[in-house]
Design a protein around this ligand. Structure first.
Ligand SMILES: NC(=O)c1ccc[n+]([C@@H]2O[C@H](COP(=O)([O-])OP(=O)(O)OC[C@H]3O[C@@H](n4cnc5c(N)ncnc54)[C@H](OP(=O)(O)O)[C@@H]3O)[C@@H](O)[C@H]2O)c1
Length: 277
């Protein structure tokens, strides 16, 4: 029976599709914009906008890998139940565990979807990753231009997870029994500060990456140019808190699958081309 992978242009979605297809499993790739989607030969691609799910994407589907979108979740659950879906693996977030998750703009996005699935009769597996290693792509343009990285909290400590690790864990959740129905908090195996991440990137790319410390207010002003104010406030508060205490390492591919977690250095090597001019 078909496995539907939503958010198919995303880093995690792409990696899951490749793994399921290579294993010979029937997989359908669903994207808000299938015209810009690349999938392996033989994989069906369909349009599915998670904020207003419609269409035949769920026909014949028994399992779904779901990107969270609270706007369309009730309609999605209704369609999934009508189509005979049995199990949903959600790409949630570790932020749902924060005490202010109900009101935080980043955390509440995933929390609302978790709550809707928990209230349904669909079997649900919640994957709750902490920061993705791929967030470092936000520095790619500046590094490519040899411009300094400006950070208010360079010593924020996190244990970033390689998106391929999330994909490996998601595939186990979809195809095995060890994770089905569970909620797991995921990180990489190694805590490192933004300063250390930049040092790793510098080593991998073979050139200096200047770091300039800026104030909280300066960071707020810069970030407000490309994201809503509540999100800026949430991210800066997160990084301030992460500067005050060492990052916790939670479940990883090592603890869940018995395979070593990919390091940030490996992620940097895998993605070095994105940092070249
Ligand atoms: N980044 C983190 O540190 C982090 C941490 C914890 C949880 N999460 C959660 O993980 C989810 C995804 O995070 P993300 O934004 O970092 O993932 P992403 O893989 O960069 O993209 C997420 C989705 O955006 C859509 N998209 C729109 N334009 C795109 C483009 N040009 N290229 C690729 N995809 C595009 C894709 O869905 P379509 O193909 O359907 O358009 C894709 O699946 C979010 O729900 C977030 O809350 C993230």
């Amino acid at each position: 029976m078909t496995i539907l992978v939503t958010g198919a242009r995303g880093k995690v979605g792409q990696a899951i599709i490749a793994r399921l297809h290579a294993a010979g499993l029937p997989v359908r790739a669903a994207s808000a914009n299938p015209a810009e989607l690349t999938v392996p030969a033989g994989v069906e691609a369909v349009e599915l906008a998670l904020d207003h799910p419609t269409g035949a994407a769920l026909d014949g589907v028994r399992q779904v890998f779901l990107y969270p979108d609270p706007t369309g979740i009730d309609a999605f659950i209704k369609s999934a139940q009508a189509a005979g879906v049995e199990h949903v693996v959600l790409l949630s977030s570790s932020s749902v565990l924060d005490p202010d998750a109900e009101t935080d703009p980043l955390a509440s996005h995933s929390l609302k979807v978790e709550q809707a699935l928990a209230a349904s009769d669909l079997v649900h597996t919640f994957l709750r990753p902490d920061a993705f290693a791929s967030n470092a792509l936000g520095w790619a343009y500046l590094i490519g231009q040899n411009l300094p990285i400006q950070l208010a909290y360079p010593d924020a400590d996190i244990a970033p997870i390689h998106p391929d690790d999330i994909a490996d864990i998601a595939v186990e959740a979809l195809t095995g029994d060890s994770l089905k129905g569970r909620a797991v908090t995921l990180t990489g195996g190694q805590a490192l500060t933004f300063r250390r991440q930049l040092a790793v990137l510098s080593e991998v790319l073979g050139r200096d990456i200047p770091l300039v410390e800026i104030t909280h207010a300066e960071a707020e002003q810069q970030m407000s140019q490309y994201m809503p104010a509540p999100m800026v406030a949430s991210l800066l508060a997160l990084w301030a808190a992460a500067s005050a205490a060492p990052a916790a390492v939670a479940d990883t591919t090592q603890t869940l699958l018995g395979t070593p977690a990919r390091t940030f250095e490996q992620w940097a090597r895998d993605n070095a081309a994105a940092f070249q001019q």
